[in-house]
Structures are given as C-alpha cells and as structure tokens.
Design a protein. Sequence first.
Length: 196
Amino acid sequence: MEDNNHYLDLYRSNNALLEGHFLLSSGLHSDRYLQSALLLQHPQHAATLCQALADNLPSALREQIGVVVGPAMGAVLVSYETARALGVRSLFTERQDGQMTLRRGFTLQPGEKILVVEDVITTGGSTKECIRALEAAGGQVIAVASLVDRSGGSADFGAIPFHPLIRLSVQTWSPDQCPLCAAGSTPVKPGSRGLK
C-alpha cells in the first residue's frame, strides 16, 4: 500500500528512494531505502513536506503543540521545518553514551505538549527512545508524525497517536532470513546511526 503518491514522487524525482541491499538502523535488511537527506537538502522540498506534515494533523491537536522534537540526525530538519509551519520551537534529541537525551541546554516546561517527528519510521525504535527521553525531561508527547511510515502499519506508540504523511510498503528481513544475503549480496548502511 502506498498513499500520498504526490509526496512520494518528490522522493523519486530527487533520487531519494534507493534500490539495492540495505542495512537499516533497526538491524533489518531491505531492498529499498529512503534517503530523506537527499530530498531535504532542498529547502523548498523540506518546507513543502513539513507544511503538509503539519497540515495532516487534526486541528485540535495542532493547537496544543508547544514544541516539535525529532531524534538526530534524520529528523533534525523535519523538526525545524514542522515547527516553523506550526509556529512553535524546534528541539532535537541525540544519543550520549548510547542513551537518547536532550542536550545543548535544551529544556522543556513541566507538562509541555510535544509533537515528535521523524523522517522515516520502520520499527519506531528511535522514536520510542526519543519519547522516553522527553517524558523523563518532564514533557508530554501528544502525537508522533513522520514523513514516511514504512512499518507496514506495525509502528505502535501505545496511546500516542501516529500521523504519517506517506505510507509505503517496503519488504524487510532479519539478517538470517534475507534473500539478498543468501544470494551473496552484502548490505550497505546509508543511515547515520553508529557513525562516529
């Protein structure tokens, strides 16, 4: 299932929807990869997508958001542009000693209502880490949004509603079940997690 094809066409036309053999941040393997950075390097595309992401939220929810937060690295630009569209602050979390945290002097007001954003969600692992860090810092995450949901509907954030702009069905495999590995191919890791 693929919806919002108009926005997915932006990925295609900017060579940001890659085909090959990829190792995802989740540890899974896939034959397609969304390299959002290739698309978001163009400010007009980032503004268009993030305005659409903000507009995709229910109006009652939009009115409550006090800050938008995305986990580094992939969601930093998404957070910034979505916050601009909503007229609120933009922060990001990052890993320190393997733990997702707010750094750089970023703070939250007790109970401040937060929208967590991502570029692409596959398993939701980084998003959940981000949510835990924000709740530990005293914030209240009221929604999650992403440019692309490639989870096949499996991303689950409990009681927190999830609002993806694009839903994309992409096959993933555990390394021991990967047919590309079985055929002798070696995966590449285009994302940023694990880089020093």
